[in-house]
Design a protein around this ligand. Structure first.
Ligand SMILES: [Fe+2]
Length: 297
């Protein structure tokens, strides 16, 4: 009798230990997931590209363009101090912003976008084109935002072309395409009227690479919008979902070419309606020009 009661006691103890072990393992997995998710959404990666070209003057050799996109009102740690330091360390000649710096889905915070704009202009000349989210704002809010960022010194590039000059006075054309004009013929006109043969386009949405961007003859495109596909298959450039492209989008992030046009597609910095990135760190893109002599014809 005594033996049976001891055996029951031992079995009960073992059962309790197994239950606690199970709880501990589940808790550990939850904590690991939280840590990984926090890292995936807050540890910013820099992607460096070298663009080799014989179409630019040697005075642009080593010229550096930093691209940022899709901030969606996010403020990184210490009021963006680390983010700004990472950008400053890249020593950019110019900075290009390709839209969705304001989020209009469920956490609109214009002040966050203004803080970013005020900080970024201190680093290098900054050129900004709108994404879809800026246009979801009420017109009056958008005009007041536009006015303020131009006072900070941000160059507003919606359907505008500007000539970028090297230290010795050679130029290329930087064209900004407003997200509302993506399906219009405005890009062709902008490219035809641009004063330089070498043209760089800022356009928020990547899925028009073949039909519009390459067709217009621009050399380079900086684009965003996909957030890297939000959840990504590790060690690949394949994202799970891209707005306007659906599941397993053709354009998730990285470098794409169509004819003579090269497109850099950034994963961006923030999130919109869906708050979580997985295997998909926020990204700063940095492109350095390497000029090579053109081949004799
Ligand atoms: Fe976006």
């Amino acid at each position: 009798m005594q033996n049976q009661s001891n055996a029951e006691q031992i079995e009960k103890k073992a059962k309790r230990a197994r239950t606690w072990r199970g709880i501990g393992i589940r808790l550990l997995l939850v904590l690991l997931f939280i840590a990984m998710a926090y890292g995936a959404n807050n540890r910013i990666e820099i992607t460096n590209y070298t663009y080799e070209t014989d179409a630019l003057s040697v005075s642009f050799n080593g010229y550096r363009i930093v691209q940022l996109t899709d901030l969606h009102n996010k403020i990184f740690a210490e009021k963006n101090a680390g983010l700004m330091q990472q950008i400053r360390d890249l020593n950019p000649d110019i900075i290009v912003l390709t839209g969705d710096f304001i989020d209009a889905s469920n956490h609109t915070n214009i002040q966050a976008a203004l803080l970013f704009m005020q900080q970024i202009v201190d680093i290098a000349p900054t050129y900004y084109v709108y994404g879809n989210h800026e246009h979801y704002l009420p017109k009056s809010d958008l005009s007041s935002f536009e006015e303020k960022i131009q006072e900070f010194g941000v160059h507003f590039m919606n359907n505008e072309t500007i000539q970028i000059e090297s230290a010795t006075g050679q130029t290329f054309s930087l064209i900004g395409l407003d997200d509302l004009s993506l399906q219009a013929n405005i890009l062709k006109t902008l490219a035809d009227e641009a004063p330089d043969d070498f043209q760089i386009l800022l356009a928020h949405e990547p899925q028009y690479l073949r039909d519009y961007y390459a067709e217009s003859g621009v050399d380079l495109v900086f684009s965003g919008h996909t957030h890297g596909g939000q959840w990504r298959i590790p060690f690949t450039h394949q994202g799970l979902y891209g707005p306007d492209q659906g599941f397993f989008p053709k354009y998730s992030d990285g470098i794409y070419t169509e004819g003579d046009t090269t497109m850099y597609l950034s994963r961006g910095l923030g999130n919109s309606g869906f708050p979580l990135r997985l295997f998909n760190h926020p990204e700063i893109v940095c492109v350095t020009f390497q000029t090579v002599p053109s081949e004799p014809s």
